[in-house]
Design a protein around this ligand. Sequence first.
Ligand SMILES: Nc1nc2c(c(CN[C@H]3C=C[C@H](O)[C@@H]3O)cn2[C@@H]2O[C@H](COP(=O)(O)O)[C@@H](O)[C@H]2O)c(=O)[nH]1
Length: 368
Amino acid sequence: MSDSEPDLELLELLRQHIAGKPQVAAEPDTGVLESAEYVYNNSIDVALDMRSCKNAARAIYSQMQTKSYSPATWAAHELHPHPSKGDKPEDVVAFIFTMDLLNFCFWSERGEEERFSIEYKGRRWTGYWSLVAALQRALEEDPHFWQNEEELTLSTLKHVFRSATSEEMPLLAARLSCLREAGQILYEKFSCHPLHLVTSSNNSAARLVNTLASNFSCFNDTHSPPSFPRKKPIRLLKRAQILVADLWACFEGQGPYGKFYDIDKITMFADYRIPQMLNQLGCIQYSPPLETAVQLKRDIPSGSNWEIQLRACSIWCVELIRREILRENPGARVNAILIDFFLYDTIKEMENEGRERAPHHRTRSIWY
Ligand SMILES: Nc1nc2c(c(CN[C@H]3C=C[C@H](O)[C@@H]3O)cn2[C@@H]2O[C@H](COP(=O)(O)O)[C@@H](O)[C@H]2O)c(=O)[nH]1
């Protein structure tokens, strides 16, 4: 827990003690949804269109059913590791931890042929898949490459992420810092392996998100932009949340590393793809100056007023879509994770078919 943020669970226990109530530990909460609603209620550059959200909810749920979207979809991606592919569960957990530690900022200003890409299994992989491909390739070449962070130098990392083009992976030095910090914290607090980090959550998704955010600065995706003056930071926690979601999906909500009794507390992951898809669906709309900045691919600084509105309003938008799907289909097995995965995979299909109507916003950061 960083100094500025109170320990919410401790405060709740204290409150109950003073009120003379039995001391029941408060259910952990990540604070992301509260942050998203606060930003949405105070935004002037991003708005939600309710009619489009209702239409999107119907279309998304219908297509998710047609494609039988479920946690099992995660393992169906050929590059994702999975016990059914012969990967040991503990290696899968280490893979997902390392992957989501580095799961940020793949976009390039260059064309498809010149952009950073990874050659693996006879194909060129870009974006998120370039990360997964590079890690799989590195494991084939040296199964222990990431275990000793002393050996992990910038040149090692350049080799792991060697590109099939002249463009290097973005933010490589920042990725090295994330790996080094993670290695150090795992060594100091979690007996050197992510397994102990995961099991320390006692099957609470929210607690695991908060543990990641409070112990690893590179997972602490929280912001206090001057345009949103309030005591509590705005908590978006994208990579901490997608890490928990990837574990849950990979292990299909089962076992010591996949079972989370409060998985529905995980929100959509505020990256640069989902806002693009929600805008394409008409669900989120931008003020003219923001619309121009996105269309012209101008840099939108990390932590800026516009960027926080884009990310937080997208989280709130997916929450409203989730509520609409459940209102129309009581008991539907849908949560923000599956809606998010579906939206990401859909915008990637549209990109591959040249059907993107507008660019995604351009922010360089380690948060997403
Ligand atoms: N919100 C959200 N963001 C996601 C993903 C994924 C991939 N998840 C896989 C796992 C299960 C799903 O079915 C997906 O197959 C990557 N990203 C983020 O997008 C950006 C990369 O974009 P591009 O450069 O175009 O590949 C970057 O910020 C990355 O962190 C997701 O699912 N949701």
